[in-house]
Ligand binder design. Structure first.
Ligand SMILES: Nc1ncnc2c1ncn2[C@@H]1O[C@H](COP(=O)(O)OP(=O)(O)OP(=O)(O)O)[C@@H](O)[C@H]1O
Length: 982
């Protein structure tokens, strides 16, 4: 108990006592209360009477003789009476008693003393009585609501002590009266000089060892008091009521105990906080409590042993302070570390930010550099392209390569007419045939019989690249039948990758290059396949019902204004790989095979043309490049003796002659840089127009056979080729439309269409008069999708273009709206060369023209029938085997005029005479005069008429000799001109 009390701020005994009293009061009822009140009053009177008696009535004037509880409390409140009484009993017990009302302040209950004096007296009294071992009370018991009974007890105990002392008591006085020791065990610090301070002192004094000496006495007194109280409570109780009563008392006791604990702990916490705040200040006593009540409490805290208590308090507080200081120090250290970490992190962040900015900056510079490099790269590429094509230009826009076919299997005993080949020079031994010696021809390149397909193509490859750069390219194979044209362009019948011809290789290269450039250009490749037979154009990719099933979807046909297609209505099939093209070629070849069956080996007597259209969009600038490549396998160029052929063969020969002589005319005209080039004289030249001018690059493969029998054709072919090789064309021009130009072109096209609509008739309808001249039987029908129109005659395209050109020039709206003159059908010989071609004289271009007056092609009413006999020229220059080494003599046709020229002459009689015998007016006037360049050039074109060495001219067309060797050699062969196997 003592141990517990030592740790508690209040006396456990006082709690028990209070509970017992309350319980006793409750249980006794009103009568008991009255009795107790009476007893209390008696005891109070006794105490008051003793005090009055002891200190005198005057000194105790504030205390009535029989005071009420309130009067008793107020009377003793100042502590003066108590102190004086104590000093009377024990002199000097209270050394200083504050008597005067100095600093008096009025308190609510009328007390005159100040709070300090008031508490000083009471406190000093309590300390003294406690030291004397008497029951004490609490200062608050003198306040309103306080327990005056405890004050009464204290006074009666003092009286008892006084009595004991007066009775001669000696030694240790032992209290045995019926008084309550509610404040037993409490220690109060005596304060004599300082005013009442600090509320902690009371609780701090609990452990004061100096009180231990009185502990046993206190306990004894307490237990005696408690015993009395218990007895009083249980006095009138029946035995059976005791357990309930005890239980009730105990529960009340616990409750009261807990309440007090709570009320005592709370101020201690507050004090501890105050102490923590003011730990730097050694003084714990602060007059900070405003209310008198709290001051009373605090003033009751007395220190018995100031030194030891203070040291303990100091130790404890120092220990706490030390701990707190340690914690604070540690926290400060942590804060420092954290600050350091923070600043390090900040610095790191700043560093990283700086690095980041630096890297971003560097990255920007790098990107900038890359962009610059990319644009430089584009510039270099562009420059490279220009330089590349300049090199190509320097090599000549018309290049001629010569290839000699090896002997065919079974021709072991033959001796080749080709003596030797060195670079671009080929030496022909004419002795074998006429004993005249040798003749050399110079070309850009000459390939011997052993040259592989790859070798031949390697020199063609640069042109393929030019197509992707926006140039037009024309590669055509020329030579007599059986000389190897199809072999070069397509390959042998049993095609392997090794033996593939130019067509396959060129297209494969095209796709490879397009793939390589895909980062800078987007290319679209489309293909057309055309056959020209008997001056009729046939679309090989649309065979009018025979091969309708195509492996590819036809793309939408693009308008002429956009594509510049020569044959806009021919099937234009988009391809994206070499295999697509091989499939297409197979289709074209199958379509051609159908025609060949009907006309018996027609492939040798028709021109086939595979046209590749390339459109490239520059991904950087958006500009468009357009290029096209014609891969042409011409019909055999050998002369056909009119006496040897009739009917269809003669008609074929006429058409072949016409187209080849027209080709020669065009090249001649280009060579002379004429303002007008007669492209319209044949379908072939119209088809190749965009690839045969100054804007294009042309490559001609000239083929010759090695057999001595073919020496005449060989020499003619080589002379023609050599002349072509001397032609210099202007620099090729790239077909590059900037986006603006493209836009303007589209606007023009739209305006034209609008004008045509205004006229109520589409522009294309104006071409109707030409319709009869279109390919009839073989003209393709609209595609299954209905997107395509029937293919138009090439001539119509040209006529249309010319009309449009005129319209553009005149800008005459009326004309645009349909008043332009209509164009004559091209099939009418009388009108073929009416206007543009007037300047053109090609009479000496083709050796000889074989025209049968019963020519079914022109019909009986055709003007040709009336004039062909009249103006048909005989071959005068027969092949002379004994001639000198001037192989010009091998050329049998230097004096004849081509058919178109004759037609033109027919309409311009004034010129007719001058062309007789194929001699130009100038030449006629100057017989010894070597032809000027143009004329001379034209004279080199191989004759399309019969070889003068083999037959005499038969004006009536009779006595045709047997077919020529060349044709005979290949009639049994299946032709593969379009590049695929049959
Ligand atoms: N360089 C060559 N190497 C081996 N064989 C060849 C060569 N050139 C042509 N030939 C063979 O010669 C024969 C005739 O060739 P090709 O059919 O190509 O002549 P062509 O000029 O196209 O005749 P045509 O005008 O009738 O079409 C073929 O059997 C072909 O395989």
């Amino acid at each position: 108990m003592a141990a517990i009390e030592g740790a508690l701020p209040f006396s456990v005994a006082s709690v028990v006592e209070d509970v017992l009293q309350q319980h006793g009061n409750r249980s006794r009822g009103l009568d008991l209360d009255a009795r107790r009140a009476e007893e209390d009053a008696i005891r109070r009177y006794e105490a008051a009477a003793w005090l009055r008696k002891l200190i005198g009535v005057v000194a105790a004037k504030d205390l009535p003789a029989e005071p009420s509880e309130e009067e008793f409390r107020l009377g003793l409140r100042s502590g003066i009476i108590l102190c004086n009484a104590l000093n009377k009993v024990q002199a000097g017990a209270v050394q200083k008693v504050v008597e005067g009302p100095s600093d008096a302040v009025l308190v609510p209950d009328g007390a005159a003393l100040s709070a300090y004096q008031y508490f000083e007296n009471v406190r000093n009294f309590l300390v003294a009585v406690e030291e004397m071992g008497m029951p004490t009370f609490e200062a608050s018991d003198l306040e309103q609501g306080g327990k005056s009974s405890r004050v009464v007890n204290c006074v009666l105990a003092l009286k008892s002590y006084s009595d004991w002392k007066q009775a001669g008591g000696n030694g240790v006085w032992k209290f045995g009266g019926n008084v309550r020791t509610s404040t037993l065990g409490k220690q109060f610090a005596r304060k004599t000089s300082e005013p009442f301070t600090g509320s902690m002192s009371r609780s701090m004094s609990m452990n004061d060892k100096s009180q231990n000496c009185n502990e046993a006495d206190s306990n004894r007194i307490s237990s005696s008091s408690l015993s009395m109280l218990v007895r009083a409570v249980l006095l009138d109780k029946k035995p059976e009521e005791v357990p309930n009563l005890v239980e009730s008392v105990l529960s009340k006791l616990v409750e009261e105990f807990e309440n007090r604990m709570a009320t005592q702990i709370e101020p201690k916490k507050a004090c501890f906080r105050d102490s923590s705040i003011s730990h730097g200040n050694k003084s714990f006593l602060k007059p900070s409590l405003p209310s008198v009540k709290i001051e009373q409490k605090n003033s009751a805290v007395l220190k018995k042993d100031d030194a030891s208590q203070k040291s303990k308090i100091d130790e404890e507080s120092q220990r706490r302070l030390l701990n707190q200081q340690l914690i604070v120090d540690q926290q400060e250290k942590d804060v420092k570390v954290l600050k350091q970490t923070l600043s390090t992190t900040k610095a790191g962040m700043q560093f990283m930010q700086m690095k980041f900015h630096e890297e971003i900056h560097n990255l920007g510079l790098h990107v900038h550099g890359l962009a610059h490099a990319a644009s430089s790269y584009h510039r270099v590429l562009e420059e490279n392209r220009k330089l590349y094509n300049q090199v190509q230009d320097l090599k000549g826009n018309i290049r001629v390569y010569c290839r000699v076919r090896p002997f065919l299997p079974g021709q072991f005993d033959h001796v080749s007419t080709v003596e030797h080949i060195e670079e671009g020079t080929i030496c022909i031994n004419t002795l074998l045939k006429n004993g005249k010696g040798r003749k050399s021809f110079n070309f850009n390149k000459a390939f011997g019989p052993s040259a592989t397909q790859e070798e031949v193509f390697s020199d063609t490859r640069p042109l393929v690249r030019s197509v992707l750069d926006g140039y037009n390219v024309c590669i055509f194979a020329y030579g007599q039948t059986g000389s190897g044209k199809t072999f070069t362009m397509t390959g042998p019948r049993d095609l392997t990758e090794h033996s593939q011809g130019v067509n396959y290789r060129a297209l494969r290269d095209l796709f490879i290059l397009a793939e390589q450039r895909k980062d800078t250009f987007f290319y679209e490749v489309s293909v057309q396949m055309i056959e020209i037979y008997n001056e009729q154009v046939r679309d090989l990719l649309n065979s009018d019902g025979l091969n309708r099933r195509y492996p590819f979807q036809f793309p939408l046909l693009v308008s002429v204004s956009q594509t510049g297609l020569s044959v806009p209505d021919a099937s234009l099939v988009r391809v994206s790989s070499t295999s697509d093209i091989i499939d297409l070629m197979n289709i074209g070849q199958r379509n051609r095979a159908v025609g060949a069956t009907a006309l018996n080996d027609r492939s040798s007597r028709s021109h086939s043309c595979l046209t590749v259209h390339v459109q490239g969009r520059d991904l950087t600038s958006g500009s468009l490049l357009r290029g096209c490549m014609h891969l042409v396998d011409l019909a055999g160029s050998e002369r056909v003796d009119k006496s040897e052929v009739t009917g269809d063969r003669l008609k074929e020969a006429q058409h072949i002659n016409k187209s080849l002589s027209a080709l020669g005319d065009v090249i001649s005209s280009l060579a002379q840089k004429n303002s007008h080039v007669p492209y319209r004289n044949s379908k072939l030249t119209q088809l190749l127009q965009d690839s045969l001018g100054g804007q294009a690059k042309t490559l001609m493969f000239v083929h010759i056979s090695p057999e001595p029998d073919a020496i005449g054709e060989t020499i003619s072919t080589l002379k023609f080729a050599e002349r072509v090789a001397t032609v210099e064309l202007g620099a090729a021009r790239v077909n590059k439309d900037s986006s603006d130009v493209k836009e303007l072109k589209e606007q023009i096209a739209n305006l034209k269409a609008a004008l045509a609509r205004k006229d109520g008739e589409p522009v294309s309808l104006q071409q109707k008069p030409f319709q009869p001249n279109l390919s009839t039987r073989e003209v393709s029908s609209p595609s299954p999708k209905g997107l395509r129109k029937p293919m138009e005659d090439v001539a119509n395209v040209e006529a249309h273009r010319r009309a449009m050109r005129q319209k553009r020039q005149s800008l005459d709206l009326d004309e645009l709206l349909g008043n332009s003159p209509s164009w004559p059908p091209i099939s009418s010989p009388s009108l073929t060369n009416v206007d543009d071609d007037r300047e053109f004289s090609s009479g000496d271009w083709v050796d000889k023209l074989m025209v049968n007056k019963q020519d079914p092609f022109y019909g009986v009413d055709n003007p040709m029938t009336s004039w062909d006999q009249k103006y048909l020229f005989q071959t005068t220059n027969q092949f002379d085997a004994n001639a000198s080494d001037d192989v010009d003599e091998l050329d049998a046709g230097t004096s004849d005029s081509s058919e178109p020229d004759l037609l033109w002459q027919f309409n311009h009689n004034s010129k007719l005479g001058s062309f007789r015998n194929g001699v130009s007016p100038n030449a006629a006037q100057n017989p010894g005069h070597k032809h000027n360049k143009s004329q001379e050039f034209r004279s080199m074109i191989p004759r399309l008429g019969p070889s003068p060495t083999r037959k005499a001219v038969n004006e009536a067309g009779q006595g045709l000799p047997p077919p020529r060797i060349g044709r005979q050699a290949t009639t049994t062969e299946t032709k593969r001109k379009t590049g695929s196997r049959k």
